[in-house]
Write a protein that binds this ligand. Structure first.
Ligand code: HEM
Length: 122
């Protein structure tokens, strides 16, 4: 049974563009992982101001293997460096431009896929 994992990102007002640029330059390693099925970056429009990183995996085990992989680490190297800088009080500005964290918080939501329907050809 497939599983869906959302990484729920808190993004300060005005920093959405920076976050989206970061994802535009993402490592692109996740799509090569065993059991990877789908990724979407979702921009909030109504009901929430959180960005959602949607991922779907063949199994919980495949997701965990990716979390523990070099590819996950490489895909988050820049995010990790930013978090570290912010944690040590050397972050400058408010997440605009190149430096500084684009997201100030994150939360993991996990689901099992009970039903899934796609339009023909989707
Ligand atoms: C510790 C909290 C996390 C933060 C703050 C975070 C933030 C980010 C950021 C800013 C990027 C863009 C690349 C970069 O700038 O480094 C990224 C990439 C990505 N994140 Fe996260 N992330 C976190 C954990 C997770 C988790 C748990 C998932 C699983 C749902 C996830 C899924 C992804 C995916 C699929 C990519 C693209 C990687 C690739 O292309 O290989 N992230 N993340």
């Amino acid at each position: 049974m497939s599983v869906v994992k959302f990484n729920v990102l808190t993004v300060p007002e005005g920093s959405g563009h920076t976050l989206e640029e970061r994802f535009a330059k993402r490592a692109g390693l996740v799509e090569g992982q065993p059991g990877f099925e789908e990724f979407q970056l979702l921009r909030p429009v109504e009901g929430t101001d959180k960005y959602l990183v949607y991922t779907r995996w063949r199994s919980q085990e495949d997701f965990e293997n990716w979390l523990n992989s070099q590819e996950f680490r490489k895909g988050h190297a820049q995010a990790a460096a930013d978090a570290d800088r912010a944690g040590h009080g050397h972050g400058h500005g408010h997440g605009h431009g190149q430096g500084g964290p684009a997201a100030t918080g994150s939360e993991l939501w996990g689901f099992e896929v009970v039903q899934r329907v796609s339009a023909p050809g989707e």
